[in-house]
Structures are given as structure tokens and as C-alpha cells.
Design a protein around this ligand. Structure first.
Ligand code: DHB
Ligand code: MG
Length: 221
């Protein structure tokens, strides 16, 4: 289910609000050139990530799943020149494209890209914790494990954002056998029953189809 007006409205909103710019367009072009899957967040969602970082005054952001660095660039803008975004990517070719995109955006000094499997890298980040904001946007099968690590790397006040929590509505199918859907369902349930978190999720439509973002605040140690 995808309405072409969703994409038209995304374009209208981007034009009206002047969301998107040469560095972000160049990143998407480089991703396409390198054959990366076009599964970045939308430009409007990337601006939301930037705004959340700005609204919180976030200085330290952790991203799980860099892909080509589109969301990374936006969050790096949000933390300012003295902030840091640590972003974790498992695929060396994705990481190479992302590094070039981040450099082209003038953000090499803000972004620290760690190449490796997230479940290997995350334990090494204990010394960099706590993070102010954590964006989980890697493989969906491991989302519960990523949430466990996000909580270990958090403090009271940390915001944890999970991407792709609606999956064209499949998230509400309790019989889904899709491991990605099962992963997202486990993630949402784990957040719901964790007394350290207050969470919500928003369904989104747009150029990326029908999906959603989950947003949670850490309220207890
Ligand atoms: C997929 C992953 C994403 O992070 C996303 O934004 C969209 C799709 C996927 O694995 O299919
Ligand atoms: Mg995603």
C-alpha cells in the first residue's frame, strides 16, 4: 500500500520548509552510485532527528546502522561543532561511502564511524557513555539486543529512537513469520514493559511508504 500523494506531499513539505540541501542530495547520489539500498530515513525524518538533537541540547549521539550516513549527517548538524556522533556500521562498503558523504558535508570532525558488528562494538562504547540520544536503525532482527545495549549506554534523560517500527502495517500481525517484524514486535514489547522507559510510536507515510518511528525517554537508572 503506497499512495503516490505521500511522496508528493513529502516533496511539497521539503520545498516549503527548505529541508534538504546539496550535501544531503550528494550523499543520496553517492549511495545510489555505490549500489547502497535506498533505505535511508527521508529528508523530513532526518530533519526531525536533527531537531530532536537540538531540542535536547544533545552533545553525544550514538547511531546503530550508518548505511550511507544520511541520518548521521543530520544528527551531526544537530549536535554542533563540539558534539560527537558515534555511528556503527557492519558493512565496510557502506562505511566507505558514508565516510566520503560525511567528509563532503564537512562533518568529519564531528562523526566517529566504527566499522564492525554492532553487538561487538557496543560493549566497547561503555567508556564513551552515557549518550544523550541513541538512534537504532540497523538490522531489525537484533533490535531487542540493541535496545538492551542502548539502555546500558544511557542515563536518565537519554532519548532512544527506533526506526522502521511499522513495516507497512505488518507490525500488527501477531502471526508474522518475518524475522524483521518479529524483531520490531519484540522491541516494542520490551520497551512497553521496561519501567525505565516511557515510550510512544508514530506511524509515518511519505516517500518511504508506510512505516514509523518509536521514541522513548529513559526515566530511571
Ligand atoms: C529496511 C531497513 C531500514 O532501516 C529502513 O529504513 C527501511 C528498510 C530493511 O531492512 O528493509
Ligand atoms: Mg531505517
Amino acid at each position: 500500500m503506497r499512495d503516490k500523494r505521500w511522496a508528493e506531499v513529502d516533496r511539497y513539505l521539503c520545498e516549503s520548509l527548505e529541508v534538504g540541501d546539496a550535501a544531503l542530495d550528494a550523499a543520496l547520489a553517492a549511495n545510489a552510485e555505490a549500489g547502497l539500498p535506498a533505505i535511508d530515513v527521508s529528508a523530513l525524518q532526518a530533519r526531525l532527528l536533527e531537531l530532536l538533537a537540538r531540542m535536547m541540547g544533545a552533545r553525544r549521539v550514538l547511531e546503530i546502522g550508518t548505511l550511507g550516513g544520511f541520518s548521521t549527517i543530520s544528527m551531526a548538524r544537530g549536535v554542533g561543532r563540539s558534539g560527537r556522533v558515534i555511528t556503527v556500521e557492519a558493512e565496510a562498503d557502506h562505511a566507505a561511502v558514508a565516510r566520503a558523504n560525511i567528509a563532503r558535508a564537512g562533518l568529519t570532525d564531528v562523526v566517529d564511524l566504527r566499522l564492525g558488528m554492532a553487538l561487538d562494538i557496543l560493549p566497547t562504547l561503555v567508556t564513551e557513555a552515557p549518550f544523550d540520544m541513541i538512534f537504532i536503525d540497523a538490522d531489525k532482527e537484533s533490535m531487542v539486543a540493541y535496545l538492551d545495549w542502548a539502555l546500558r549506554l544511557s542515563r536518565i534523560g537519554t532519548v532512544i529512537i527506533g526506526d522502521n517500527v511499522v513495516r507497512s502495517g505488518e507490525v500488527a500481525n501477531p502471526r508474522s513469520a518475518d524475522p524483521s517484524v518479529r524483531g520490531v514486535q519484540g522491541y516494542l514489547q520490551a520497551m512497553g514493559k521496561n519501567p525505565r522507559l516511557i515510550a510512544t510510536a508514530l506511524q509515518t507515510v511519505g516517500e518511504k511508504g508506510w512505516d514509523g518511528l518509536a521514541v522513548a525517554l529513559v526515566v530511571a537508572d
